[in-house]
Design a protein around this ligand. Structure first.
Ligand SMILES: NC(=O)c1ccc[n+]([C@@H]2O[C@H](COP(=O)([O-])OP(=O)(O)OC[C@H]3O[C@@H](n4cnc5c(N)ncnc54)[C@H](O)[C@@H]3O)[C@@H](O)[C@H]2O)c1
Length: 323
């Protein structure tokens, strides 16, 4: 199967991962339909796509079944990125998280069945594992989420598998581990790297929640895109794959690395109390994706950070002296 000949729907197309995926797929020559309700996404993220002849955009909500049926015309593949994505927000508003993530995904699956979609690739999360002590995380390990967001992603994975077993729909879930890169928003609810870059730009100290010994398997967006392409091209269905860099870094070391790369070591680090729902350690065993999907992460965290900072400086005409 050649993805460039496909008509692809990207949900959450105006978000961080959805917009990067959209641009990459357009470059490959695919036809893309993007949807987003702008709950968190920005039209600006799609600036290069909006005038592309192979791109159509529809503002709408994945919870609106009739909207989905209307736009599902000859769709071959769906990349389902739309979601209520913030762990702290999901703790404040569990019903909203449940509604968007679970009801919205179920809607999408039902519409896909009705319209004979070939395959759905679902953006799941390392949050499904919760804080279980065993590391690295393997796909078959126990999953005990500690936030409504984690529960919603685990439930959606189960729906992906049920729709494969019961209705014969082709589905794959990719459990992303802390993705970072261009177009990620600097907001209190987004990834820590975008937030810290925002603090560096404003010449502020970097804020760490907790003692900084927590670790994460930060994964560069280009590697996540690679995994999504491989997942679409693979014939397997009903499967779940960890997608990470496979190399964890402590938050304190990451903060120091970001300050060093941007020549801003003098800004220093401030420690705030830990936040509920935050996992202490997260580290992906990616051997299943390597073996079956032939996934091979190409970016170390340092290479990813450099690539991201260079994009940022060019885009926003910002003069950071990147080391
Ligand atoms: N960024 C990460 O580190 C990470 C890690 C694990 C999993 N994920 C998952 O990857 C996917 C993409 O994440 P992201 O970082 O790009 O987040 P994002 O918030 O930038 O993108 C999500 C997009 O979905 C849209 N959306 C929200 N509710 C919607 C609705 N009801 N109907 C239509 N669109 C809606 C938002 O407006 C936004 O543009 C999400 O499913 C997220 O849970 C992300």
């Amino acid at each position: 199967m050649k993805i460039k000949d496909k008509r692809i729907l990207v949900t959450g197309a105006a978000g961080f991962i959805g917009s990067n995926l959209t641009h990459y797929l357009l470059e490959l020559g695919a036809n893309i339909v993007g949807i987003d309700n702008f709950f968190n996404g920005r039209l600006e993220n799609l600036d290069e796509a909006l005038n592309h002849k192979n791109f159509q955009f529809h503002k709408g909500d994945i919870r609106d079944f009739n909207f989905l049926l209307d736009i599902f015309k000859d769709i071959d593949i769906i990349y389902h990125e739309a979601a209520f994505t913030s762990v702290p927000q999901s703790i404040k508003m569990p019903e909203s998280c449940n509604d968007v993530n679970i009801n919205g995904t179920l809607n999408l699956l039902n519409a896909s069945r009705k319209r004979d979609v070939e395959k759905i690739i679902f953006a799941s999360s390392s949050a499904v594992y919760g804080d279980t002590p065993t590391l690295p995380k393997k796909e078959e390990m126990s999953r005990i989420p500690i936030s409504p967001y984690g529960v919603s992603k685990l439930t959606c994975e189960s729906y992906m598998q049920v729709f494969h077993h019961v209705y014969g729909l082709n589905t794959i879930s990719l459990r992303y581990f802390n993705v970072f890169g261009p177009k990620q928003q600097d907001s209190p609810y987004s990834g820590v790297i975008a937030i810290w870059l925002g603090q560096i730009i404003k010449n502020e100290s970097l804020i760490i929640f907790g003692d900084g010994n927590q670790s994460r398997d930060f994964t560069y967006i280009k590697d996540v895109i690679q995994a999504n392409i491989l997942a679409a091209e693979n014939k397997l269905s009903g499967e779940i794959f960890n997608i990470g860099a496979g190399s964890p870094i402590k938050l304190l070391d990451l903060a120091k690395l970001m300050l060093k790369l941007t020549n801003k070591e003098e800004l220093g680090i401030i420690y705030d109390p830990p936040r509920p729902g935050d996992i202490i350690h997260s580290f992906a065993d990616i051997s299943k994706a390597i073996e079956i999907l032939k996934f091979q992460p190409k970016y170390t965290q340092e290479q990813g950070l450099r690539d991201y900072f260079q994009w940022f400086c060019k885009k926003y005409k910002f003069d950071l002296k990147i080391k």
